[in-house]
Design a protein around this ligand. Sequence first.
Ligand code: UFG
Length: 337
Amino acid sequence: MSGLILVSGGAGYIGSHTVLALRERGRDVLVLDDLSEGHEAALLGAELARGSMLDRDFVRSVFEEREIAAVFHFAARCYVGESVEDPGLYYRHNVLGTLNLLDAMAATGVKRFVLSSTCATYGEPERIPITEDLPQNPINPYGVTKLVDEWMLRDFHTAHGIESVALRYFNAAGADAEGRIGEDHEPETHLIPIVLQVALGQRDKLTVFGDDYETPDGTCIRDYVHVTDLAEAHVLALEAMEKTPGSVGIQAFNLGNEAGTSVLEVIETARQVTGHPIPYTLGARRPGDPPRLVGSSARIREALGWTPKFGDIKTIVETAWKWHQARPKGYDDRGGR
Ligand code: UFG
């Protein structure tokens, strides 16, 4: 198969692991990223068109200058709390940014799209594990904007024949097993990197946000899924669209491991992996945190043959630990921005 794959947000955490997966299959990749959050070093030499998704003329010019076969769209804001405080930021980046891409695709005849969506589109699910047919009732602007993206895909399919796959991730975690790239956010808010920063001595301790939830140990349960397994799912989605054009239409798949892990279980796993005691204190609940999010991935296993290779929490934490040990300051490129 040939053709250039445009990866928006390809310098970010999940985007960069997907760029790597594509290039390891010999695919041609062009990353579209403004490096506001991502890291040039995470591209490992992949070609970069530097600019903002919000710059409609820039986005359009990329599509006019290059023959693009498919689009993977990662560029987005993705923090629930921030989305509550500044919804405009989320509507601009996550709705207008996506619209600029889809408009450029429609204008230049590009027909294949893979969306980075989220379990946050379900809101507080009525049952666990979450299946794709459950109602999508997001409870924060982040989830709403991703749901609007999914709706746009429906309409652009009807009007312009753009086929798409929306991948609804649960909790992305871990790092490239060879330690070449990994997670580096500033500020970091995610549980596993924070726990590992404690193990590295970069933080004295962490705060566990609430131990009075209706869960076995009282802390929140999440479905952690390895970033390389997420990347593989994107490649499978593309291959399905390429195999029989028109057969995919518009589809949505959950990406999780169907395994719930509590905050205290993550800490315990990290203790075993790192050999560090990882002290913590108990704090208040974090607003907007659902007690339990676990996804069924039966649909994508069945439809695309997705088989996670790094499914258990210990392997996920081990790969993250390898990255954090090798690069305790992350990509260490903040001075340059
Ligand atoms: N947590 C702590 N202490 C911390 C950090 C996190 O106890 O210092 C807890 C959180 O309260 C939560 C769990 O660890 O219960 C996981 O939190 P993360 O911040 O790592 O991940 P979230 O589940 O909040 O967020 C993820 C994605 C979002 C997505 C969301 C859907 O990162 O993009 O799932 O709910 F929107």
